[in-house]
Design a protein around this ligand. Structure first.
Ligand code: AMP
Ligand code: MG
Length: 343
């Protein structure tokens, strides 16, 4: 199959919308990462997403809408909880996904057999335009090959999926750079299953009590069922081996310099650049600026593989406050939970 790289003029968006109506797949920009979209109401179209990505069939997809009322009019959920209305008012459109009891229009392919469905209203103007042009809710996971870092440019999507999908819409670099925050409202106290651009602190301001699922910061225990199936896989990883160091800033510099050489890279902060010797360096941005680090993380992981000869990459274990929790969550999965504690 030839994959068309489209821009985001009204004609090109119309063309992509037609592909979606016909049951095809299109890579679309959102403010979080690029998504691989299909008609969420068509189980056969959605099944093609899993095939193109090599995604495990038990990992459900997020359904994207361009209006809160779409949730009801497309019968995506059986009931809208009051908490969903509160969150939508403050955070939609934006990088927050809400899980609710699923409605009768959602095929099993989308929910991976669960009785719940994940829904998001993205803020990216091109994402909204394509949803409106298709007049459909769109199921869309990240548009990468399963296991590799999520794509934050149209070029990343082409690198992973060229020849496997009908088209990619180029809408520029993704602003947030990490996938959405996922919160479940389907039972009991609202619980964050995946951290993202909307922080736990912000969610608590709106809802009061909000829990954070164990799997967000820790490795799932053997045999324990994942509330969010996506959290159980090694994920977001470059081909190089990511190792996280739990240490002070000075200890980080000393350790990496001691272990430097060919095949070693440092995923570091701007402040480290002049102090690291004899290793390849990629900075995620200013120390403590977790929004900037989130924005750059996946592109940096892909650039490490671009060097071709990096075997080990050392990074610091991030703090878990604010957007730092999302950076921590992605990095620790990229590292397969390998942390060296120097403290
Ligand atoms: P991705 O689209 O690649 O960002 O992946 C979607 C994420 O949302 C994965 O981690 C899924 O496991 C999670 N997810 C989607 N639907 C549900 C659901 N109904 N219940 C729990 N987690 C979900
Ligand atoms: Mg993904």
């Amino acid at each position: 199959m030839k994959t068309e790289l489209l821009g985001s003029t009204p004609e090109q968006i119309e063309k992509a919308a037609q592909i979606l109506k016909d049951g095809g797949l299109v890579g679309i920009p959102t403010e979080t990462v690029y998504g691989l979209a299909a008609n969420a109401l068509d189980g056969a179209a959605v099944a093609k997403i899993f095939e193109a990505k090599g995604r495990p069939m038990d990992n459900p997809l997020i359904v994207h809408v361009a209006d809160f009322n779409d949730i009801e009019s497309f019968e995506l959920v059986s009931e809208i909880p009051g908490s969903a209305r509160l969150l939508a008012k403050r955070f939609w459109p934006g990088p927050l996904t809400m899980i609710m009891k699923k409605g009768k229009a959602v095929p099993d392919e989308v929910s991976a057999g669960l009785d719940t469905v994940a829904i998001r209203f993205p803020s990216h103007p091109v994402a909204q335009a394509i949803i409106r042009a298709a007049q459909l809710p769109l199921a869309a996971p990240s548009a990468n090959l399963s296991g590799s870092p999520s794509p934050t440019t149209a070029r990343h999507v082409m690198n992973d999926l060229d020849g496997k999908i009908e088209a990619v819409l180029d809408g520029g670099e993704c602003e947030v750079g990490l996938e959405s925050t996922v919160i479940t409202l389907a039972d009991g106290v609202p619980r964050v299953l995946r951290p993202g651009g909307v922080t736990v602190e912000q969610l608590r301001e709106t809802l009061g009590e909000v829990e954070v699922d164990d799997a967000v910061l820790n490795q799932l225990e053997e045999g324990k069922k994942a509330a969010s199936p996506g959290m159980k896989y090694k994920h977001y990883a470059p081909k190089a081996n990511v190792v996280l160091l739990k240490c002070s800033d000075d200890e980080y510099i000393d350790y990496v310099n001691d272990h430097g050489g060919r095949g070693v890279a440092a995923l570091c902060c701007d402040e480290d650049l002049s102090r690291l010797k004899n290793v390849k360096v990629i900075s995620l941005g200013k120390r403590g600026d977790y929004s900037q680090q989130a924005h750059r993380l996946f592109d940096s992981l892909r650039r490490i593989d671009g060097y071709g000869d990096v075997i080990t990459v050392y990074s610091r274990l991030p703090h878990t406050d604010g957007v730092g929790m999302a950076v921590y969550n992605r990095l620790i999965r990229a590292a397969g939970f390998e942390v060296i504690d120097l403290e």
